[in-house]
Design a protein around this ligand. Sequence first.
Ligand code: UDP
Length: 484
Amino acid sequence: MGSLGERKRIQLPHVVVFPCPGQGHMNPLMEFAKRRAYRNLHVTFIATERVRERMIQAQEGAAIHVTSALQNIRIETISDGLSPDCEETNDVDMRMDLMKKVGGLTFQRVIERLNSQGHTNKVSCIVYDSLLNWVPHIANKFNITSAFFWTQSCAVYAIYYHFYTGMVKAKDETENVRDVIEIPGLPQLCQSDTPSFLQSSNPCESLLRLVMDQFSTIFQATWILGNSFNELEMTEIQSINSLIPIVTVGPLVPSAFLDGNNPQDQDVGIHLWKTENCIDWLNTKEASTVAYVSFGSVAVLSKEQIIEIALGLKASRYSFLWVIRPDQNKEGKNNVHDFLNGFLEDTIDQGLVVSWCSQAAVLNHPSVGMFVTHCGWNSTLESLSSGLPVVTISQWSDQTTNSKYIEEVWKTGIRLNKTAYGLVGKDEIEKSVKTVMESEDGVELRKNALKWKTLAKEAMMKGGSSDKNIEWFIREVIGRTAAA
Ligand code: UDP
């Protein structure tokens, strides 16, 4: 039998990482999980049964890949209260309610089971997606620590917190909508620069409630972590830290493409759509000549908008790689290819359209010269980390704020706004792609993007700001586990 000291030493913390079941939420939390598993901690990643089912389908039944690609991370499933084969629903209230009731119950059972198994250490910490604001309550029940994980920018964190507390209001004393929003540490924002849920045109009351509710239990969490880095959002972080401190641990993108600490980490390893190989096609293109186009995992576009993008890309004459998810079109599933048929034939030598790809690998391919993006936070960080200039066509949520930062603060891209018809037109798309690819302004944007790439890399490399924060967090968890 080992001495007490030895026994204490082998009691490495067991961290459970619990994202919301969406691609944009699972990706940063999985990359965070990998960085902890890489440092030899026990890590369990929670997925819903429906997510696991989709991951397996996306890999055509090869369930083994789900785990082997993720090295030593254990995946446990919980129920989200919906049957695995039921249709996706847009009823946010119902989904979040089921997630809390059924998900919460099945999650507790997972922790009990993990705690009763001899071959893993007991769970000592839950890193949870900030949208799952009921998790600290469960952590308290098990007498373990929890970390609130913010998946958006620190600027957006500061904006929402100021609105949540009433320190900033959308309307003035005479009930007129404020055109200008002032938040310490942030540039002046027009209403249209704030996240769409805060704008007077917001049609999604339940989503506004959901984002605000994240803060309702935040003080029950032991730590607050965010997917950003100090150098990127220095004034925002400094300013919000005097109110509600956040520790930045990003950018969380596959290590091989950034810090290189884990060369095997070349893909997040969890995809909800079948990943198509575009690398062979990219290999046939010259350096920095391809525009990569993607609107992430949630946005749906109208047929008219998709056609404007198609015509703009074609007219630019640049090669393009365009991700159009099967569920990307508002008017109905699977009919995108019907109305794009002629376009696809006409551009067969110019472009490639795929349903999904390994975005990190694509962005880091030498042939890719720019990114046309909806500006989801992960895509934004991935563009900065790969040193690529961008054209932004934001849709909703925090994308509006990220676009503003891209154009005016980090100066790595051009922001395209919708016209009165609610569309970004083909001419603007053509013009902006050309500007980025061939003008003096484009050279400047690329120079700035490369500067951010260097800073992002430094933040995640040994001794960098985010690396130090990750090390600090691990020490904190180890310290609390040993003291428990
Ligand atoms: N992504 C991918 N392949 C694709 C499109 C997107 O791997 O074909 C990944 C992308 O790298 C990012 C995530 O999906 O990590 C999307 O998150 P983001 O925050 O950019 O947007 P959201 O999907 O949440 O709107």
